[in-house]
Design a binder for this molecule. Structure first.
Ligand code: URA
Length: 435
């Protein structure tokens, strides 16, 4: 086989078979296929797309490039969740204890964030002492005993995706549905779960800017799950403004605790309950979505969920006192109030711009090795639909940095204030599944 012939075939819009896809991925990992041929191959996929069989073969080829996590030591149906990425997205922190309350095992492997704000692992590290790297035995033992554990992704999980993602990042080929779908699903399947609930974000702060694109990505991932025998449900949710009011790390932990106490904002509470209800159904604990939603809402109103989060913090070595006293979490030296320049109603808050502002304050990474300031972040005092008077505080920037002009400008630029009252947006748009 020759790489040039396979690239040519895809360039002409023809279907590739399993052997051809394996040849390209294995060759790239071994080094026999250079960056320039892989770049041309990715660009051909970007323009010509891939059908169902090709996408599922590409996912399998990714999975086979590295280790697979063996979770067979965990009793019960293991359900995972994955978000395609958003700003202020603290849903995993809420869902893990909530689902564990039902006795469904949650064996969560999470990544760190790059750019914008941190990932779930970064957020948890803002809790003093919290260990985010568990050995396989401890991870499995904790899930069996407490029904929950969270750890960082093992270094050799889907190395082909790691190498190809870096190349996509610099060749303008990130935004391709078959490439995103196979990248996400390969990591989920290699992590060993039996069933997967996907939170596919759509809006200004998401990869997918339109509902049609988000539906296509969701359908592609559900099809991959079906073809590889993993029950998969995709929930399409709104990312036209950050979720909740807190964007950062320690402040997102604080907000997740509020949601677990039943005192969260409407958007994040509804998204968390929707995702966890589908997890409860796939995990076999509850027969239908409506019953799951009502049971999980009751759990949020009781002290059960927050107590379970306290248990998670304790078993992973963190200080559980932060739950009752969140002021013990890292606090920033400065709180800069960003004031409205005009009166009206908040019509838009560009989530991506808020994410960049938070990163500039220290809450995210500019480069892979940058160090996160857990205390940095943004509190949104005003959200879409809120009335604002000129001079009122739109948001507060938390930072330890002395110079924050760029972050202030970005935060202000993120807000669109107009005279008219915007229509109320939906939080959950659609459910995609073959079940
Ligand atoms: N997240 C991933 O893991 N991969 C992509 O390609 C895009 C988002």
């Amino acid at each position: 086989m020759l790489a040039i012939e396979i690239i040519e075939k895809k360039k002409n819009g023809l279907q590739l078979n399993k052997e051809e896809i394996d040849f390209m991925i294995e060759g790239y990992i071994k080094g026999s296929i250079p960056d320039y041929q892989m770049s041309a191959f990715l660009m051909a996929i970007y323009f010509r797309g891939m059908d169902k069989d090709e996408t599922s073969n590409l996912t399998m080829s990714f999975i086979n490039s590295g280790d697979r996590v063996d979770l067979s030591g965990i009793k019960g149906i293991k359900v995972d969740k994955h978000s395609t990425g958003g700003v202020g997205d603290k849903i995993s922190l809420i869902v893990i204890p909530l689902i564990a309350c039902l006795g469904i095992p949650v064996a969560k492997m999470s990544g760190r964030g790059l750019g914008h704000t941190g990932g779930t692992i970064d957020k948890l590290e803002s809790i003093e002492g919290f260990r985010v790297e568990l050995g396989e035995d401890e991870f499995i033992e904790n899930v069996n005993k407490y029904k929950m554990a969270i750890t960082g992704q093992s270094a050799n999980l889907v190395p082909a995706d790691k190498k190809i993602y870096s190349l996509r990042d610099v060749t303008a080929t990130v935004n391709s549905i078959p490439l995103i779908a196979s990248s996400i699903m390969s990591k989920k399947i290699a992590s060993g779960s039996d069933a997967i609930v996907l939170d596919v974000k759509v809006g200004t702060g998401a990869f997918m800017k339109t509902l049609d694109e988000a539906k296509e990505l969701a359908r592609t991932m559900v099809d991959i799950g079906d073809s590889l025998n993993r029950k998969t449900i995709a929930v399409i949710t709104n990312m036209n403004q950050p979720l909740g009011r807190e964007v950062g790390n320690a402040n997102e932990i604080m907000e997740a605790i509020k949601v677990l106490r039943g005192e969260g904002e409407e958007d994040e509470t509804i998204v968390a309950l929707t995702i966890s209800s589908y997890m409860a159904v796939l995990g076999g604990a509850i027969k239908d979505f409506a019953t799951a939603y009502s049971e999980l809402s009751n759990i949020l109103r009781s002290a059960l969920a927050v107590d379970k989060f306290k248990e998670l913090v304790l078993i992973q070595g963190g200080n559980p006192d932060i739950i009752d006293n969140p002021a013990m979490l890292p606090q920033a030296k400065y709180g800069i109030e960003v004031k409205a320049k005009e009166s009206g109603y908040v019509n838009k808050i560009d989530a991506e711009t808020i994410g960049i502002a938070a990163m500039l304050l220290g809450a995210g990474r500019r480069t892979k090795d940058a160090i996160i300031d857990y205390a940095a972040g943004i509190t949104l005092n005003k959200k879409i639909g809120d009335k604002v008077l000129k001079g009122e505080t739109l948001c507060v920037l938390h930072t330890n940095k002395e110079e924050n002009k760029e972050a202030i400008d970005r935060a202000l630029e993120a807000y669109l204030i107009k005279e008219d009252i915007p229509e109320k947006e939906e939080y959950v748009y659609e459910i995609i599944s073959s079940l």
